[in-house]
Ligand binder design. Structure first.
Ligand code: GL7
Length: 839
């Protein structure tokens, strides 16, 4: 089928009508129209969900105008485009964000009020697409927002998991996982594009054949073929006309019904292929920073990467661009190693399907890719056994061998035959079985390699990727992470946003450095009072959420001390709990103790197979149970675990924090992004010198940050000299008491077995050095309590934190990617220009 060429004059609207207008009356009329014609309801029968859908479609109409115009301009201009490849996109609810970016939040709120509806209630109806685990997936979402806001042509490519990250409920203190059926009631934000489906091959074998010119080529004869169907979601930038595309792929069987099997009388067999094909994109693997060597996971990775690259080739052909210009048309970023197979897949497409020679194909490939590393944890380094790899991707293994052979030749050329070095650099791990090392493939196949915070990028060069750094130092760079102020301030904390805007105007929303201007108000009593009032209202809001979801009543005037993130030993939620137990014991020993009242709030999911992480949740819940019920304690200490942490539930949390817990073992947290969301919203940080904490502290000033604990060097040195955790335990009566209570069943109704694995781990190996950091942490928390009592001082520190967080906008991060890695420029979209075709 010949695809019609898009003409500028064919798209766009001439006047404000019900699909584009943003006046309150127009919005009301359009909303009721969508309720009737899309949901098939009139107000008397409509549910809250119907209203949500009607509003979502009303907003989508307004996005579509911009989306179609954006596509038209990119097509006309053949714009250089960023392709962000990520196995995870943790987008969060779309409606509120789109209202902000369209600049119609207030009008829509008024329209709903006039229709006797509550916008907040409708926003709450949206089921968020939880297509990611944590920081890495959320970073991808923040980057899409910034890319669109900066008018950079972008395609986000990923997987349309039918079930995203599980819903968490807490039963008797234990995490229980529930399937996330986010598509159950339909998804108004996506549009399926079956006309752009592609085929993806798996398994089978390769064979040589002669092409038309009589040249030998390789042909891949697969064992099975799966169809990839793209589903597109518009990603609108903030107050610009740019609406980029998030393109997620769903797997389907090429022929959903096997008539031969049916005719043989095998009804179930007839739909079998459909079922197995669709399993491919059924569910997101819920592991955070540990890879599972599962075949289905490798299938998912290859599936979406192949879909994405074939899609890019289709776009090039349609724009009549020669394939030799692939790297000029597309800058492809690999979000960790999950899409690293792209290096071999692009080679295969260029060599086998487009009959290019090796050298030009390899040059194009290397110029195309950039690789971002997101973790140093060894258990996260993806490697696939040769057996699995060759059975699934036989042609790719041949290509990887060839890449490896040529690469190691260059290594020999540069360093001579240093077999140790060659073994360490090889794409194939032969130490204990044979594996393909995906990080090595990504490094060799990319022109830039970056870490996600200064410390992390330095450690990459010194440890995990040292040999690669020595071989091509020029590839290495750093881009410190950032988060979008649109979702994480304007949408999450509207009162604070209004206060800031009323003082300095609203330029800060696009240029977060401008928020610095509020520094002049840091000591202004009137401004301080408003600042404090807003924080209190945000805390009252979270207090009511906690009461509603957990039944625990907390005092909004207590210090809200919050740790929300995935549950992981290296993040040390259990260190935080040791502090809770210590405070509890101090009050018990001295019932009249005048301490700063605190509310400790925890939230986060544990990987379903990560036993110790689940036990940490159980411990938090058990300590909470004892502390919250003890009449001696009263309002001086409360501990709460808020279930089902996700983007939606997190949005009220950051604005309500007084204290942000960023207490990972130094050298383990690559960057962190929650640390940024808290500080932007005026929380003070208690933290170690890890990840982006270091840069946050430098930005806000050491005097406005509570620092404690071992440095990365200390951790290394202590390990070398022999770390003996039990010595800290023996020497510290408070620590000993806390550990003994956990061990003796004080928090578990006398059950001594329950927490034994955790206690044994802490006293024996303590791999994350809680014992060494315990006393410095407790001392630092004491300082926090003291400082909190000096309201003016605290408020000033809080204001300065927000004021100095400009650097941590994802806009800054994206500008750096554009300059250092992608070499791509903005392409502004004018609606009028696209309409008349004269732009
Ligand atoms: C992570 C890091 O752990 C986290 O520190 C970082 O902020 C994030 C985004 O760069 O990436 N790496 C990783 O595998 N996950 C992360 O959150 C899951």
């Amino acid at each position: 089928i010949q695809e019609p060429q898009l003409q500028g004059q064919d798209v766009g609207m001439q006047c404000e009508d019900d699909r584009t207008g943003i006046g309150v009356e127009t919005l009301k009329r359009a909303f009721l129209d969508n309720l009737f014609y899309v949901q098939g309801k009139f107000p008397a029968l409509a549910t809250k969900h119907d209203y949500y859908m009607a509003l979502a479609y009303t907003v989508r109409d307004r996005l579509l105008q911009r989306w179609v115009n954006t596509a038209a301009i990119y097509t006309q201009e053949g714009s250089r485009t960023v392709a962000y490849l990520s196995a995870e996109f943790l987008m969060g609810p779309h409606l509120g964000n789109n209202l902000i970016n369209l600049g119609i939040y207030n009008q829509v709120q008024q329209a709903m009020t006039e229709l006797k509806l509550d916008l907040k209630e409708l926003l709450a109806k949206e089921e968020e697409p939880g297509l990611g685990n944590g920081g890495l997936g959320r970073l991808a979402a923040c980057y899409l927002d910034s890319l669109a806001s900066l008018e950079i042509p972008t395609l986000g490519y990923g997987i349309r998991y039918e079930f995203g990250i599980f819903d968490q409920i807490i039963r008797n203190g234990w995490q229980v996982e529930k399937t996330d059926k986010w598509l159950r009631y339909g998804n108004p934000w996506e549009i399926a594009r079956p006309e752009w489906a592609v085929s993806v091959k798996f398994g089978g074998r390769t064979e040589a054949h002669k092409n038309a010119q009589g040249r030998y080529q390789v042909r891949w004869v697969p064992h099975k073929v799966v169809l990839g169907i793209p589903y597109d979601t518009p990603i609108l930038g903030y107050k610009v006309n740019t609406a980029n595309t998030l393109r997620l792929w769903k797997a389907e069987a090429p022929e959903s019904f096997d008539f031969e099997a049916f005719n043989r009388g095998n009804y179930y067999g007839a739909v079998d292929q459909k079922v197995t094909s669709e399993n491919l994109t059924k569910v997101l693997y819920p592991n955070d920073e540990t890879y599972e060597g599962k075949q289905l996971r490798l299938e998912q990775q290859y599936f979406f990467v192949s879909c994405a690259l074939q899609d890019m080739l289709r776009i090039m052909l349609r724009q009549k661009l020669p394939l030799e210009q692939f790297h000029e048309k597309f800058a492809v970023q690999l979000n960790d190693t999950h899409p690293a197979i792209a290096v071999a897949e692009l080679m295969r497409l260029l060599l086998d399907e487009h009959e290019m020679d090796w050298e030009p194909a390899w040059e194009i490939t290397q110029k195309t890719f950039g690789y971002t590393n997101h973790t140093l944890l060894p258990e996260a380094l993806e490697k696939w056994s040769l057996k699995l790899f060759s059975s699934l991707l036989p042609r790719h293994l041949e290509i990887i061998y060839e890449i490896n052979w040529r690469f190691l030749e260059q290594v020999r050329h540069k360093f001579g035959t240093d077999e140790g070095r060659i073994g360490r650099l090889s794409l194939i791990d032969e130490n204990d079985g044979k594996f393909v090392r995906m990080a090595h493939l990504a490094c060799v196949g990319s022109h830039r390699i970056n870490g996600v915070a200064e410390l992390h990028s330095e450690l990459l060069k010194k440890t995990t990727l040292l040999d690669f750094y020595e071989f091509f130092p020029e590839k290495f760079t750093n881009v410190t992470n950032g988060v979008t102020p649109r979702r994480w301030i304007v949408l999450s904390n509207p009162k604070l946003a209004n206060l800031i805007t009323s003082c300095i105007g609203d330029s800060w929303i696009k240029h977060l450095e401008d928020v610095q201007q509020i520094e002049t108000f840091a000591q202004d009593p009137g401004f301080q009072k408003e600042w404090q009032q807003i924080k209190r209202e945000n805390k009252v809001n979270v207090a009511s959420i906690l009461l509603d979801r957990t039944g625990v009543k907390v005092d909004p005037d207590s210090l809200f001390d919050i740790q929300v993130k995935r549950i992981h030993q290296y993040k040390r939620q259990h260190l935080n709990i040791l502090h809770a137990i210590t405070l509890y014991n101090q009050i018990k020993q001295n019932p009249n103790l005048d301490i700063t009242p605190r509310t400790l709030i925890f939230a986060g999911k544990a990987a379903p197979g990560y036993y110790i992480a689940k036990l940490i949740i159980k411990l938090i819940d058990s300590v909470a149970d004892v502390v919250n019920k003890d009449p001696d304690i009263g309002d001086r200490l409360k501990v709460v675990f808020l279930p089902d942490y996700n983007v939606k539930n997190s949005q009220p949390i950051y604005p309500a924090a007084d204290l942000s817990e960023q207490i990972s073992t130094a050298g383990k947290e690559a960057s962190g992004t929650g640390n940024m969301k808290f500080a932007m919203n005026g929380a003070l940080t208690i933290g170690t010198l890890d990840g982006a904490n270091i840069e946050i502290r430098n930005a806000v000033g050491a005097e406005n940050f509570f620092l404690f604990g071992l440095t990365t060097e200390d951790v290394g040195a202590l390990r070398l000299t022999g770390y003996r955790p039990w010595e800290y335990y023996e020497a510290n009566p408070q620590l000993k008491q806390a550990i003994d209570q956990i061990a003796s069943g004080y928090f578990s109704h006398g059950d001594r077995r329950l927490f034994k694995p955790l206690v044994d781990l802490l006293l024996d190996k303590d791999p994350f050095m809680l014992m060494a950091d315990y006393q410095p942490y407790i001392d630092c928390q004491q300082q926090v309590s003291q400082t909190y009592r000096d309201r003016d001082r605290w408020l000033q520190m809080s204001i300065l934190n927000t004021a100095r967080m400009g650097k941590f906008s994802s806009d800054r991060a994206i500008r750096e990617y554009c300059q250092q890695i992608w070499k791509v420029k903005p392409v502004p979209v004018q609606l009028a220009a696209a309409k008349t075709g004269d732009g």
